[in-house]
Design a protein around this ligand. Sequence first.
Ligand SMILES: [Fe+2]
Ligand SMILES: [Fe+2]
Length: 310
Amino acid sequence: MTALQTSEKETDTRVYGICDPEGLHRQLAGWNQRRLAPAAPTAAWEDHLREDHRMQWLEGVWIETLRGEVAARAAAAPTDVDGFVAWFEALKTSGPGQGDPLFDWLARDADVDAMKWFLSQEAAGEAGFDDLVALSQIKAPVQAKLELARNYWDEMGRGSEGGMHGPMLERATAALGLQPTIDDTVWESLALANTLTGLAATRRYAWHAIGALGVVELTAPTRVALVARGLKRLDQPPAVRKYFELHAMLDLKHADDWIANVLRPLVSQDPSRARFLAEGALIRLICGERCFEAYRGVLWSSPAMRIAAE
Ligand SMILES: [Fe+2]
Ligand SMILES: [Fe+2]
């Protein structure tokens, strides 16, 4: 293939990616599964390299589009440490998608089928917080690296398989009989996972990834506490509820520690990082906001559901 053909192909693909976000994210989801899976040497490695180049370019177009959406709000974030932390903490109440009515509805009104559908979407869109932290800590400054290590160790159940967070979520979905797949997942959920993976796996977005993961710790407890309450109301067993009940408490501490030991030193050492940390946090929140809207669009589409929701 000539350079000109590559260029023409990429131009076409860029238009496709922007015009068809669903197609883009179904492609990216499949590619992310391949690129991160441990694998053996293959005769197709050069074909994979060509695919990697094309998909990383598409991923970059997507992330730069999101950066453009949040740029003005992120640029307003203070660059002094105390000011930045106050701005960041305010995202818990005023950030995109916070207080979405979906979660009160899951806590109080959703039936078991609706709850199962919601959890299958969330599970399919789960990028694996442990691996995202592991990718994000590469070559990070010491104080941030140590906090990311402590967070990772919690994700690993502090060395106990039974306490590992990823398998805990898998046991919850298995106990509910769910088999999450890319094909059955709304593209907004795939986009959330693809975006977090793209940030964490790409070094030019290192600060974005750390901002995005920090805002997950900050905002997750409110949401997962309401999910846990809904699961309890629906008489689901502890194996199903444990992941959500754990994160409703543990992530309060994770958020405090992330702010104190990751965000504070990173901004103190280099105030220019504040903008990128802010962009990452806002990108993560708007991706989540779009998931909640998409979920409500499906779950509240029937007249009976709409009346119950109102
Ligand atoms: Fe976790
Ligand atoms: Fe956490």
